[in-house]
Ligand binder design. Structure first.
Ligand code: AP5
Length: 215
């Protein structure tokens, strides 16, 4: 299964991608995670993009093309993948088609998880992540067993630098301006499915699975 998950920041893409990845045993490829790992490791790429991420802006398309091309060529992605965070512009969507064509593949579905600006600001304000394994929690809806500690690593959870309310609103604005047009691109191809992401995690997962089974 070759799948793209789309939706505004905080809609639940990463959370649902993990569940699908476990169920279907295909990799969850998050461009946001890859960029944050590069920043944390202090690589050349990380140095170039650190301030862009912090401000909630988009990394230039040309940089993203190379990152995604290289990742999709890796062995584990050849049997299928869940792409989360890419494409974010129409140019990125066109490039993805080109990369997949080179690999003799195509997308099976693009799933849009919807959510409102107020809902995502609320969710993201209470999101916490493990700085070691990247596991995502929520202080309201997905709490760790012990206060502010990762269940897997026992390490103190942190808030992402781009999770401050004014940055989330900026990310939402950019999503509406640059990424929403990508939905039209996929709507025309007939592979776009829409899930109401404003419900509970379990309800969204159930809908998502039903939608994938009917592909
Ligand atoms: P990225 O990491 O992709 O961020 P994003 O798209 O803004 O998405 P988030 O990770 O914030 O949210 P999510 O939808 O995964 O929600 P989650 O599941 O965590 O990108 C970060 C940055 O990298 C970008 O701003 C940009 O600078 C750069 N970048 C990345 N890709 C790029 C590209 N292609 N081109 C250019 N730049 C790029 O859920 C959020 C919270 O809500 C969690 O706490 C979760 O537990 C909770 N939650 C989830 N679902 C529910 C639910 N149904 N009910 C209640 N709580 C829920």
């Amino acid at each position: 299964m070759n799948l793209v998950l789309m939706g505004p920041p905080g809609a639940g893409k990463g959370t649902q991608a993990k569940v699908i990845s476990n169920k279907f045993n295909i990799p969850h490829i998050s461009t946001g995670d890859m960029l944050r790992e590069a920043v944390a490791a202090g690589t050349d790429l990380g140095k170039k993009v650190a301030h862009i991420l912090e401000e909630g802006l988009l990394v230039p398309d040309e940089l993203m093309f190379e990152i995604v091309r290289e990742r999709l060529q890796k062995g584990d992605a050849l049997k299928g993948f869940i792409l989360d965070g890419y494409p974010r512009t129409v140019a990125q969507a066109e490039k993805l088609d080109e990369i997949l064509q080179e690999l003799g593949k195509s997308l099976d579905a693009v799933v849009l998880i919807t959510s409102t600006e107020e809902e995502v600001v609320r969710r993201i304000s209470s999101r916490r992540v493990c700085p070691s394994c990247g596991r995502v929690y929520n202080l309201l809806t997905l709490k760790p067993a012990q206060d502010n500690l990762c269940d897997d690593c026992g390490i103190e959870l942190i808030q992402r630098k781009d999770d401050l309310p004014h940055t989330v609103r900026e990310r939402y604005r950019i999503y509406t301006e640059k990424t929403a047009p990508v939905l039209e691109y996929y709507r025309r191809t007939g592979i776009l499915k829409t899930i109401d992401g404003s419900r509970t995690l379990e309800e969204v997962t159930k809908d998502l699975f039903e939608s994938l089974e009917n592909m």
